[in-house]
Design a protein around this ligand. Structure first.
Ligand code: COI
Length: 349
């Protein structure tokens, strides 16, 4: 690894009490370039802008994918990553689907550990706080022919994080727009999936909803995801979540929630989550909770769901009655080394 430390660190001017998600970046970043059919040496260097031509293929044809993961500090100042192997596996699935070269494990994991280690002082400690880490791969060739790029960059940047959505949100069930299509790239963390979600989200915002519940593109009868998250529904005392597929992201937080729920003896059904069943459960008052999960947000509790022209108001549960909040607490306790880690999820840096 080539190491070039920052001569002008900015950590001294960072106020750990006053920042919001993703708006400050740590002093260093990782960069590794691909050309002539191979990845070069990993560089740890000062964080800052890179320069690319407007003819860069990533800008024009969208070969770009990313990951979202976090590092946590415990009360003694020790630092942990959470299930980094899952992100490594998933970025390569995304890369393969976008016809981009897969990244070797040592480039991803060693780069990640070196970055977190050099800037460990940037990792905030406290409730809901962490370092959000963004690995990404994108095309860098300057060319306008619509074909795969021959040059790429792998980079990792990171930003001190705290809770993403703080208050419960309202979500609108989509009956027209879709996030993903059969045979498409829904399972990949492709940058374009996010670009395509912004317009329908803007329309939902105009109707007074923060996020969209994405439904399947053919019938719009089944839940798929919500906003940038996987989605969970609780009817009675059973939790339902859509099965991952080529249209649904295999979320690390989703998988962790399923494991934690099962450990508590909660019944988890993984399969079709029908809009009709959720609406019926609302009408017969067995719909208890609907929430989204993701790395950035951890848990976003929904207070209302827009269904056609109706707004279904969900019950307000006390913390101890909420599966969403209880499972979130279980998860954060493991991530921040406040609880045992029976699944072996923490990786000390
Ligand atoms: C994540 O939870 O890491 C996400 O993908 C959300 C991000 C787009 C802010």
């Amino acid at each position: 690894m080539i190491i070039q430390k920052s001569t002008q660190p900015r950590i001294g001017s960072f106020d750990p009490e006053s920042y919001s998600f993703g708006d400050h970046f740590i002093d260093h970043m990782i960069v590794c370039e691909y050309q002539d059919g191979k990845w070069g040496e990993v560089k740890l260097m000062p964080y800052g802008p890179l320069s690319f031509s407007p003819a860069n293929m990533a800008f024009n044809y969208g070969q770009a994918c990313f990951e979202g993961m976090k590092a946590y500090k415990d009360k003694d100042g020790e630092v942990y990553l959470f299930r980094p192997e899952k992100n490594f596996e998933r970025i390569n699935k995304s890369a393969a689907r976008l016809a981009m070269p897969e990244i070797p494990k040592e480039v991803f994991i060693d780069g990640l550990k070196a970055l977190v280690d050099v800037d460990r002082a940037w990792i905030p400690y406290g409730e809901g706080k962490s370092l959000y880490i963004r690995p990404l791969i994108f095309a860098t060739e300057e060319a306008l022919k619509a074909r795969v790029s021959h040059k790429y960059m792998f980079a990792i940047v990171a930003s001190p994080a705290k809770s993403y959505y703080t208050a419960p949100v309202s979500v609108k069930i989509s009956d027209y727009y879709s996030r993903a299509a059969s045979g498409g790239v829904g399972f990949a963390k492709a940058a374009g999936n996010y670009a395509a979600s912004f317009y329908p989200t803007k329309l939902a915002n105009q109707e007074g909803y923060e996020q969209v519940i994405w439904t399947d593109d053919t019938t719009h009868e089944n839940f798929e995801e919500s906003g940038t998250m996987n989605v969970f529904v609780r009817i009675g005392d059973t939790i339902y979540t859509p099965k991952t597929s080529e249209k649904i992201l295999d979320g690390v937080t989703r998988d962790s929630f399923i494991n934690l729920a099962k450990r508590r003896g909660i019944e988890v059904v993984i399969g079709d989550v029908k809009v009709k069943d959720v609406v019926d459960a609302y009408r017969n008052e067995t719909l208890k909770e609907v929430w989204g999960v993701g790395t950035a947000v951890v848990t976003s509790v929904f207070e209302a769901i827009g269904y056609k022209d109706e707004k279904l108001i969900l019950p307000k549960l006390e913390f101890e009655d909420s599966y969403a909040l209880t499972l979130q607490r279980d998860l954060v306790a493991i991530q921040t080394n406040q609880a045992e880690d029976p699944f072996g999820w923490r990786v000390k840096v």
